[in-house]
Design a binder for this molecule. Structure first.
Ligand code: TZP
Ligand code: MG
Length: 211
């Protein structure tokens, strides 16, 4: 999955703004992949948000990935699902979603990254890059420097995640990540489009023609 800027929802960062307006602004700034991730939503609330984001991402030409919930991903015809280490295995997700869908896996070290590749993931999340208040139960920090060892071990697209702001993006991409995933740096920004545009510009500059 060729992503360059992967933006994840987080309703705590909306500060009274509408999800639709904030995600539209993020995509206009260069987010090419949107992940629906709301840990405390009911199934019904997730479904409603999923339908809204499906309509919007289709209209604006971005991918939609659903975190954790394969059932919700299927119900809204998302482009894929993002699974954690303890979630259902990839082949079950593929059985449920059908062909042509992306399955991403969260990883935190080389061993998990290699296992995800062997299991047939389409991409890996790798993190946390920095300590973050957005997800409190994170594994030990991988750091931008830790991307290199994972890049050497797998061919899969690497989406770096966790506490990423503009200052870390260049090093993360130079060390071999394909993309960065953020919640607060874009969803929590006063100027959502500007924040996304700034991150995307660094990814584009550092990647150049590299996949
Ligand atoms: N997985 C690892 S860290 C994280 C997730 C979902 C949260 C990232 O949020 P932020 O605000 O970009 O640090
Ligand atoms: Mg998960």
């Amino acid at each position: 999955m060729d992503s360059r800027l992967y933006v994840i929802t987080g309703h705590a960062f909306l500060k009274g703004r509408q999800l639709e307006d904030v995600i539209r602004a993020a995509i206009q700034g260069g987010a090419d992949t949107i992940q629906l991730r709301e840990k405390d939503y009911t199934g019904r609330d997730l479904l409603a948000a999923g339908h809204l984001l499906r309509r919007l991402t289709r209209e604006l030409g971005a991918r939609l990935i659903v975190n954790d919930r394969i059932d919700v991903a299927r119900a809204v015809d998302a482009d894929g699902v993002h699974l954690g280490q303890g979630d259902l295995p990839i082949e079950i997700a593929r059985d449920i979603l059908g062909p042509g869908k992306f399955v991403g896996i969260s990883t935190h070290n080389v061993a998990e990254a290699v296992a995800a590749e062997q299991a047939g993931a389409d991409y890996i999340g790798l993190g946390p890059m920095r300590p973050t208040q957005t997800k409190l139960d994170t594994e030990p920090v991988v750091g931008p420097a830790g991307v290199k060892a994972v890049r050497d071990a797998v061919r899969l697209p690497i989406v770096a995640i966790g506490g990423i702001g503009p200052d870390d993006v260049a090093e993360i991409i130079r060390n071999g990540a394909n993309s960065v995933a953020v919640v607060s740096a874009v969803i929590g920004a006063d100027d959502v489009t500007g924040a996304a545009r700034a991150l995307r510009a660094i990814v584009d500059r550092e990647r150049g023609d590299r996949a």
